[in-house]
Design a protein around this ligand. Sequence first.
Ligand SMILES: C[S@@+](CC[C@H](N)C(=O)[O-])C[C@H]1O[C@@H](n2cnc3c(N)ncnc32)[C@H](O)[C@@H]1O
Length: 315
Amino acid sequence: MSLPEAFTERLEKIVPHERYEAIVRTFDSPKNVTFRVNTLKSTTQELEAELKAAHIPYESIGWLEGVYRIAPEHKLALTQTDAFYGGRLYIQNLASMIAPLLLSPQPEETVLDLAAAPGGKTLMLAGMMQNTGWLSAVEPSRERFFRLCDNLKSQGVTNAHTYMTDGRSVGKKCPEMFDRILLDAPCSSEARFKTHDPKSMSFWSIHKVKETSKLQRRLLLSAYDALKPGGKLLYCTCSFSPEENESPLQHLLERHGEHLNTLPLTLPFDNIQKPLERWGKEVFDKRIQNGVRILPTDTIDGFFLCMLEKKTNIT
Ligand SMILES: C[S@@+](CC[C@H](N)C(=O)[O-])C[C@H]1O[C@@H](n2cnc3c(N)ncnc32)[C@H](O)[C@@H]1O
């Protein structure tokens, strides 16, 4: 099945012209599989010894300690290892690991994961916090909430507090409570489209993108309310659509821009692009330029990230 025509027409206007063809091809073939050591249960050295003993032909991701890549045909063997069953490794796309890495939660901090299930990023946040402090994980979908709880348990997380609730209500319930907030927003998941998996694209429409954008705006306002002065908020999605990336941030900055800065993000690879300056009639706040769009390759999914900081001198 081919990509939706309305999607590719828009994608062509969003990504750099010279990269468009290569980007479209990344939707066709299965991606390399990436995974990381679960530092709550193992170490890089121990996991590498286990992988060698199990004859898994892994390759280290040079710039990220404890993160590995295998060809897609070795995924089945990886999921049959003791390390996988014992929760000592976690399979996760590289793009998803970057959000916790950039948010960089510290031990003993108060952290909120506002759209958490199935919990890949919550697990990594807990590992970085060394199971200390307070990590709130919010997920309204019942089925996904229980998957989140199972994942946290099997991977040895003990500092997380889970809430089956709508993230839009959290800001009013917990004003200025968190040092760091991750909003890995529900989105149209355009970066997860696979032409060999028609289901991955079946719910997509421009109408859906616009509906999701409204939800993202409200979640961002809630995250803003829940953030402590001086705290950091990382907004991210796995969508290419500006309606789901720059636009919700624009909406937030129009309401609370005098109390917010954005922080520049640097990544150690070159398949990136700056956020858009404009889309249709909308011209975006220059501060959004500090965010980053990750362009997909055979290993990494497309992703959008922008880090905000709440000023301390709010009166
Ligand atoms: C992109 S996924 C999160 C993935 C997760 N952070 C991870 O790394 O495993 C977005 C999640 O937001 C949830 N969601 C949908 N509506 C929400 C809302 N109103 N408040 C909070 N979360 C919501 C979805 O059910 C979905 O689980």
